[in-house]
Each structure stands twice: as structure tokens, then as C-alpha cells.
Design a protein around this ligand. Sequence first.
Ligand SMILES: *[C@@H]1O[C@H](CO)[C@@H](O)[C@H](O)[C@H]1NC(C)=O
Ligand SMILES: *[C@@H]1O[C@H](CO)[C@@H](O)[C@H](O)[C@H]1NC(C)=O
Ligand SMILES: *[C@@H]1O[C@H](CO)[C@@H](O)[C@H](O)[C@H]1NC(C)=O
Length: 457
Amino acid sequence: MGRAIATVASDHKKHATVAKIEKLIGSSKAIFIGVAGVALLVLLLFFSTSTSFPNMFDVSKMTVLPGKDGGATKDCATVSDQGLNLSHDPADKTFYDDPALSYEIGNPVTNWDDKRREWLKLHPSFATGAEDRVFVVTGSQPSPCKDPIGDHLNLRFFKNKVDYCRIHGYDIFYSNAFLHPKMGSWWVKMPVLRATMLAHPEAEWIFWVDSDAIFTDMDFKLPLKKYKDHNLVVPGYYDKVYEKKSWGGVNAGVFFIRNCQWSMEFLEVWAGMGPQTPNYEKWGEILTSTMSDKTDPESDDQSALVYLLLEEKETFGNKIYIENQYDLSGYWVDIVNSFDSITDNYARIEKGVTELRRRHAEKVSEHYAAVMREAFVNKSGYAGGGKREFITHFTACRPCSGQWGYTEEQCLNGMEKALNFADNQVLRNYGFVRPDLLNASFLYALPFGVSSYNKEK
Ligand SMILES: *[C@@H]1O[C@H](CO)[C@@H](O)[C@H](O)[C@H]1NC(C)=O
Ligand SMILES: *[C@@H]1O[C@H](CO)[C@@H](O)[C@H](O)[C@H]1NC(C)=O
Ligand SMILES: *[C@@H]1O[C@H](CO)[C@@H](O)[C@H](O)[C@H]1NC(C)=O
């Protein structure tokens, strides 16, 4: 069995990741000089025609071309706020023009690293910063939930992901389709990730987040530098995988994978244990006998991942980082009761640092996140108490099917709290707060200079 896998994954000598490609300094420099040049010109024009120091009114006039109110919006239409040129796609041939290119799992692309690199060269505005670009993918089934509360919760869980992405300037894709008709449930993500890699050559990392996982620290960013020698990062524990051979050694519901040839091949091999293959039943038997604690005879994606870590250490395992330094997939039962005390803790810290109580535009949230990180290190006003968990994962709650793995009340209360806890971090920039994490309808406006987490009005 190991041999079959090794064959599929044989051609991966060139682990050269696109992170390591030349940084296209020439072209990004040209763009920078271009922008700076325009700014200088505007400035010169301004000072040659105006006699007074610029005030807000004059500044706003400067950005609109004379006589045309829509003058400034023309630039907005072609260049996004991240400096990406959304209308530039030269006629030069790329992998997209190859009729043999397939987006489907089962038809791996070859030489993907080269193809991606070529595309980036032709799209210099995307090449700048490509090595840190994260693209979030999540999704749910195409049909309505059996339990209608599931659809309501799916919406709110998705809203949370959209909020997180907007704050950090990430793009997000929600898939509500089975891109392979036989790959439903756990296996649904492989075909989606495979297609996303091709649809987004500008992204270095594709971040899969299950529909029932939510960002509960809106400030936290993936420490990407740490993973420069890895292509897949999954939450879990080394000893649970390598010593206990437990199928719970990792959580396959939240992970990020590098957009490179290695991943192209890895996804094929991983998906090769799925329900679309004639060997599905056999894989179920192999996984059940390999894992020390797997009782369900069906092959599942998570056991399959642990299997690959164990059996294909050279080919795949060494490129997979098992992360346990922060909650990439925090277990909700351990977390939900601490939200109130964590809220108090952050309020205490904010009380000690004036800058943290300053109102600001949502767009510059990362600045305040950095101040908060520093305050934590300094322990300003810190009297012990917890940090927000990055992601809270409602494993086994299954609100869509209504097959609650815990009591419905436990799951619903936990989710309500987590959603409002996360949303409070967003709402503060809109001037409001929810003082009661169990009541989404109860809000009040934040007074000036008051910690957003204060409970008293
Ligand atoms: C964006 O691309 C278009 C089409 O190639 C080009 O005409 C335009 O000048 C570019 N914009 C910038 C700001 O480079
Ligand atoms: C952290 O401590 C340093 C050194 O005392 C200080 O300069 C800085 O302002 C502090 N930052 C915060 C956010 O508390
Ligand atoms: C939630 O807050 C709203 C608005 O303050 C209030 O009318 C409602 O009774 C509260 N619901 C519960 C369950 O406390």
C-alpha cells in the first residue's frame, strides 16, 4: 500500500516553493516609483496653484480630477485597495490556456510551481507580497439543513469568517457545491482545495476552515514565517500521531496548505483513500487496523492524514507541521466557559494602555492588535487570566443534520457565546458592544474612551 502511494507521489523532487521564487523586485519597484511619482506630481501641482497650507477640503479636491466628479473612481475600478491590478491580464499564454488543464481531483497538474511562477511574472502587482498571501476556503452542503437552526448558524459562522478576512485583507471562498459527486462529507474539501489552487495562483496558502469552526481571536494572524520549510500545517500532537497512532492525533477540519506542486500531489494521494475510489472499503480496513483507536470502519479524511504522517514520513510527513502552540482548532467544550473571564482580562489590559481605548478605523485594526500583543508581553495591568483562543471548533455538534453529538442546549449555548464573543471584537469598531454573550439582541453604544469590554453602561 505504501508503495502505491509512493508511486503517485514520486515526482516531487523539486519542493521549490513559490515562496522562494525571485521576488520580482524589478517590477514591484517600478510600481512603487510609479505611485510615488504620481503622488509627487499631485503634490507639486498642489503647491504651485495654492497659497495656503492644505486643509481637509483642499486635500479631498486634490484627488478628484478637475471638472469630473467621477475622476477619482476610475482608478478605484482598476486597482484594488491592496494595490492589485484587477484588470490586467496580458494575452501571453499561461496554464489557463492549456486545453488539457483540469480543475478536477484525479487529474493532477504537473510542474505547478513553474506554472504559478510564470503567471505571477505576468501579473507583477500580485507577485508583490505573494509569499504571505492567505486565501480562506470554507463551505457547506448544497441543500438546506435538516434542522433550520443549522442554516441560521451557518450564516453566522460564515459572517465570522468574512469579518476575520476583511480585517486582515484576506480573500474568502464559500463552496456550497460538491465538486466531485462522490466526495461528500469529510472528503468535500479536497476537490475544492484542488480547484482553488488553480483559481488563485496569487495565493501562497489556502486556509481551509470547517463551517463549524469560528475565529475567536480576530487579532491573531498565522505565523507564516515559522512554516517556511513546510507545506501543510495542521493542528495536533506529535505523540498522539507517532506514538499512540491515534486518529485524533490531528484535526483535519482546520489546516492550511501551500499552493505548490507538493500539495497538488499530496491532495491526490490523500483523496485516493476517499469514497470515489474502488479501494474505499479496503482503505477503511487499513485505517482501522493502523489506528489504535478508530472504531468506525469507514475511511475518513482525518485517519487518512494520520496514516500518511505515519507511513509516508519521508514523502509527506516531513513537510507537514503539526501545530499545538496556539489553538488552530480549539476544542469548544474546553473554551466556552472561559469567554467571560477572558473578556474581563482584556478589559483590564485595555484599562492600563490608553492607546488601546482609542477609537480607530477598522482598516487599521492590525496596528491595535500589535499594541495588544505588546501589552500582553508587558503584562500591563495583567493579573493573570486567559488569552483568546484563535479558533474555537464545535466538533461533534453537527447543527445542520441535527445529530447533536452533545446536548442541543450545550452546543447552542456554546455557539451563541462564541459568536458574540468574536463579534464583540468586530462591533467595537462600529461603536457598539454586546454585554451579554448569550443575548445577541442586547447592544449598547460604546462611550468615548471607555474600554469596549466594560460591562457596565
Ligand atoms: C492595470 O492594468 C491595465 C490593463 O493592463 C493598465 O491599462 C493599467 O495601467 C494598469 N494600472 C496600473 C495602476 O498599473
Ligand atoms: C511595553 O513596555 C515598554 C517598555 O517599558 C513601553 O515602552 C511600552 O509602551 C509598553 N507597551 C504597552 C502596549 O504596554
Ligand atoms: C435580550 O435583550 C433584549 C434587548 O435588551 C431583551 O428585550 C430580551 O428580553 C433579552 N433576551 C433575553 C433572553 O434575555
